[in-house]
Design a binder for this molecule. Structure first.
Ligand code: F6R
Length: 607
């Protein structure tokens, strides 16, 4: 979602601000802007659409100055127009904002009553006026910020520039991340360490409620009560190279192909290869006393949770509830003492998931998180942090984070089972062996890239596509449909194979391809029967199975995609590859914006 960068520099900043915004393009946006301070005035440039439009605007009307703020906006309140683009400004104050000011309506009414006029439909503009009003009345920027921040409800990261203070910026965080970066005689603000990667590795992560005065000499941080505080400076480790495409055409393609490596990397932290046992980080609570697991996540991470439900229940016999985060709190879930609440998130910042985590914490649940960003809000608020080691995921469509989540969740489920006395040492060794086979099987699946690319034209003209699978491959059908719709804009739905005849089969005709996920194994025959029911009604089948499955059921299919023969435990990891590649190649065939699909954002920091 929205990206923020601020520079208190020693050289002109406009170009560097736009460069910084480019590194945050992956978060998703629909307008952008910058504001610099020069010659006693705030200079603002904004543009609708892609950053190229902003760059053209700045080339035509340069923005001089060595101090400035910049923003990519993902529209929430108000259309993605130039008037709604950030920075919002008066002659005294300019600011960029990520998040939502929930009480903006009463604040705006009050400000209108005081004669202020608004240029935009955004919630953010109220903050500009609250600050400006106080500065016009004679307060310093610092005094104004101190007074205004406690008036705001909601979630925000803010970077603010002031006409009368040309050598500083002020940043603030509540609910949305903001980092401070330290350079050589320069200091920066950014939405994340990645945004600042080429500028500095020395980063301070602001804590909830913190605000900060940033000058060339460094940063002075205050907590929510306004008291000066020290926050540690850490080496971010975010490398600029990690956010480059290398030889790949798209980030999504690069990330799909990274999966064997990053899954192996992730597994190294969760299994002991020599002993063939699972090995989790230090757990400070008694697993044997966990009597229920509540899994909460969104989108692709939710589907990883659905697969994990099978594993927890099969291996450990622990009952699992699973909800999408946006619904969870609103059904007033029963959370009994002794429960573990498990949150799964690539970004660790998804607003709905974070809100659900806080809800569970208040209800006395033990909190575990599987996240890909170990410095994220969810990571910081968890009792048990289980990081995936997928590296930065830039493509908006999640791919490698998903398979790494599955790797961690499989190890966690096995660990639960061992601790609960449900798995013998031999069974544990077998699970570990299968998990360790996953990277090679992922490689073998990737070898079918050319075949999948060659058949993409069969799917690209379709208006609707169905996916079906059974057991742990049912969530994969949902994931395949999500991948296809989000990047190719083709309508797609995933169904449990056995559900087809309870309604969806009415959709079948020869214009609706049906992608069937059917690894050979205990559920193969049943899935294939459901597939035959579809075929008998004229359905065009794309069968994804192994050589044996294709031999048995591939005849008469529109196309087949051959996977290596794998143990059912790792089938969800391996079968993720063909559904990702199919969506990718269909999107490329249709010419859509694969890495930044329309309307989507990478890190969804609003509810
Ligand atoms: C789909 C996708 C989204 C995310 C969802 C949750 O490709 O990327 O559905 O999975 O927005 O995001 P995280 O995992 O960051 O909480």
């Amino acid at each position: 979602m929205c990206g923020i960068i601020g520079i208190v520099g020693t050289q002109p900043v406009a170009e560097r601000l736009i460069d910084g915004l480019k590194r945050m393009e992956y978060r998703g946006y629909d307008s952008a802007g910058i504001c610099t301070i020069h010659d006693g005035a705030l200079i603002r440039r904004r543009a609708e659409g892609k950053l190229a439009n902003l760059a053209r605007e700045v080339a035509a009307r340069p923005a001089a100055g060595e101090v400035g703020i910049a923003h990519t906006r993902w529209a929430t309140h108000g259309a993605p127009t130039e008037a709604n683009a950030h920075p919002h400004a008066t002659p005294e104050v300019a600011l960029v904002h990520n998040g939502i000011i929930e009480n903006f309506r009463p604040l705006r009414e009050e400000l209108r009553g005081q004669g202020r006029t608004f240029e935009s439909e955004t919630d953010s503009e109220v903050v500009v006026h609250l600050l400006s009003l106080r500065i016009e009345q004679g307060m310093s920027p610092e005094e104004a910020v101190r007074e205004v921040l406690p008036m705001l409800r909601g979630a925000f990261a803010l970077a603010m520039a002031f006409r009368q203070a040309p050598d500083m910026l002020i940043g603030a965080r509540l609910g949305s991340p903001l980092v401070v970066g330290y350079g050589d005689g320069e200091t920066y603000l950014g939405s994340d360490a990645l945004a600042l990667a080429p500028l500095t590795q020395d980063i301070t992560y602001l804590e909830e409620g913190d605000w900060v005065i940033v000058t060339r000499d460094g940063a002075q941080i205050f907590d929510a009560d306004g008291n000066p505080v020290e926050r540690p400076v850490t080496k971010s480790g975010a490398s600029a190279a990690a956010i480059e495409k290398g030889n790949y055409r798209h980030f999504m393609q690069k990330e799909i192909f990274e999966q064997p490596t990053v899954v192996a990397q992730t597994l190294r932290s969760y299994v002991r290869q020599l002993e063939r046992t699972v090995a989790l980080p230090q757990i400070d609570f008694d697993i044997t006393r966990i009597n229920r697991i509540t899994i909460v996540a969104c989108g692709t991470s939710f589907y990883a949770g659905m697969v994990a439900k099978y594993w927890f229940e099969t291996f450990a016999r622990v009952p699992v509830d699973i909800d999408v985060a946006s619904e969870f709190r609103y059904r007033d879930p029963v959370l009994e003492p002794g429960g573990l609440a498990l949150f799964i998130s690539q970004s660790g910042e998804t607003a709905d998931t974070l809100a659900a985590l806080r809800h569970c914490k208040q209800a006395g649940q033990t909190i575990a998180v599987v996240v890909n960003v170990p410095t994220s809000s969810m990571a910081r608020e968890a009792d048990l942090l289980l990081p995936t080691h997928a590296g930065p995921e830039i493509g908006v469509a999640s791919t490698k984070a998903f398979t790494c989540q599955l790797a961690v969740l499989a190890a966690l489920a096995a660990h639960f089972a061992v601790k609960k006395g449900r798995l013998s040492a031999a069974e544990e060794r077998a699970i570990v062996d299968h998990l360790l086979e996953a990277p090679a099987c992922l490689n073998a699946a990737l070898n079918h890239d050319d075949d999948i690319a060659a058949m993409a034209h069969l799917i690209a003209p379709a208006r609707d596509v169905l996916y079906m699978g059974r057991g742990p491959d049912y969530p994969l059908a949902l994931e395949g449909a999500l991948k296809l719709k989000e990047i190719s804009y083709i309508h797609a739905e995933g169904y449990a194979s056995g559900e087809m005849k309870h309604g969806p089969i009415a959709l079948i005709d020869d214009l609706v391809p049906v992608v069937v996920l059917a690894p050979s194994g205990p559920l193969f025959e049943k899935t294939v029967s459901n597939m035959q029911e579809v075929r008998a009604r004229g359905g065009k089948i794309v069968l994804i199975s192994d050589a044996q499955g294709i031999e048995e059921a591939g005849e008469g299919c529109l196309a087949t995609i051959e996977m290596p023969k794998v143990h059912p435990l790792i089938a969800p990891l391996v079968y993720a590859v063909p559904v990702q590649l199919l969506a990718y190649h269909v999107a490329v065939a249709k010419g859509t914006d694969v890495d930044q699909p329309r309307n989507l954002a990478k890190s969804v920091t609003v509810e």
